[in-house]
Design a protein around this ligand. Structure first.
Ligand code: NAI
Length: 248
């Protein structure tokens, strides 16, 4: 079974930067017609133009996953997607003792409620069209904890449980829901941290002794998005160089 997406329509949330932008390119490269969704329309329009210029089929739409009207508009305007990557997320770091409840709620709104709203809108279309695949981007911080990211770890743990609950309910509609849990992936935003002593110490705790690169996610993403995983739903796939199994 090939990890190909020819003839499939895919949507990626939070596609203006980082993993989401990369995922849009990976899906397009596998043959999907890709819609890049983000709050900043100009940024995703530029990215979609670049993909189109490279010979792919790509579109851009404005989407704020925390705004139910924006989510409805994004899905009502289009025929059903075959693949939806629930990638938009924020980190919201800070010591739990001093974190404002409003900041905690902002992280939950985006990372959990946003994932639910998008999944629900996607699944309504998919179930009418005969099925589809939803991939929720969680994190290894949904399975283990670290300091100063209490809201984030709670949101990602909830996304993992939500993934399983939706998989259970929607299997009968042909909608598969799986979670991808990246470990620490090197991006321009965190590169400075990983040059510090603390960053280097963290890397030494990863059994493979290296950070993940964006390309390390390509195979697992395509597996979960494509028919190659047609008997997988409710699965939680970690891509972390073994970080979750580091010794105590
Ligand atoms: P990023 O900050 O580069 O990308 C997040 C994207 O989500 C941005 O495009 C942002 O504009 C968008 N976004 C935020 N709030 C939104 C909203 N309300 N509506 C629509 N879009 C919104 O961060 P990164 O690293 O690319 O993260 C992407 C996903 O991967 C997140 O869910 C994150 O938790 C997850 N992740 C990232 C890891 C990493 O090492 N970078 C590791 C594990 C998980």
């Amino acid at each position: 079974m090939e990890l190909k997406l020819q003839g499939k329509r895919a949507l990626v949330t939070g596609a203006s930067s980082g993993l989401g932008l990369h995922f849009a390119g990976v899906l397009a490269g596998a043959g999907a017609e890709v819609t890049l969704a983000a709050r900043r329309l100009a940024k995703v329009e530029k990215a979609a133009e670049a993909l189109t210029g490279a010979g792919h089929t790509a579109h851009a739409i404005e989407l704020d996953v925390t705004d139910p009207a924006s989510v409805s508009a994004a899905f009502d305007a289009a025929p059903a997607y075959d693949v939806v990557i629930n990638n938009a997320g924020i980190s919201g770091s800070g010591a739990a003792l001093h974190m404002d409840v409003a900041e905690f709620e902002r992280v939950i709104d985006t990372n959990l409620t946003g994932v639910f709203s998008v999944a629900q809108a996607a699944a309504r279309g998919m179930s009418e069209a005969g099925g589809g695949a939803i991939v929720n981007i969680a994190s290894i911080l949904g399975l283990r904890v670290a300091g100063h990211v209490a809201a984030y770890t709670a949101s990602k743990a909830a996304v993992i449980q939500l993934t399983k609950a939706l998989a259970l309910e929607w299997a009968r509609h042909g909608v598969r829901v799986n979670a991808l849990c990246p470990g620490y992936i090197e991006t321009p935003i965190n590169a400075d941290f990983f040059d510090t002593d603390a960053g280097q110490a963290l890397i030494r705790r990863i059994p493979q002794r290296r950070l993940g690169q964006l390309g390390d996610l390509d195979g697992p993403l395509l597996l979960l998005a494509s028919d190659a995983s047609s008997y997988m739903t409710g699965s939680v796939v970690a891509v972390d160089g073994g970080h979750l199994v580091s010794g105590l």
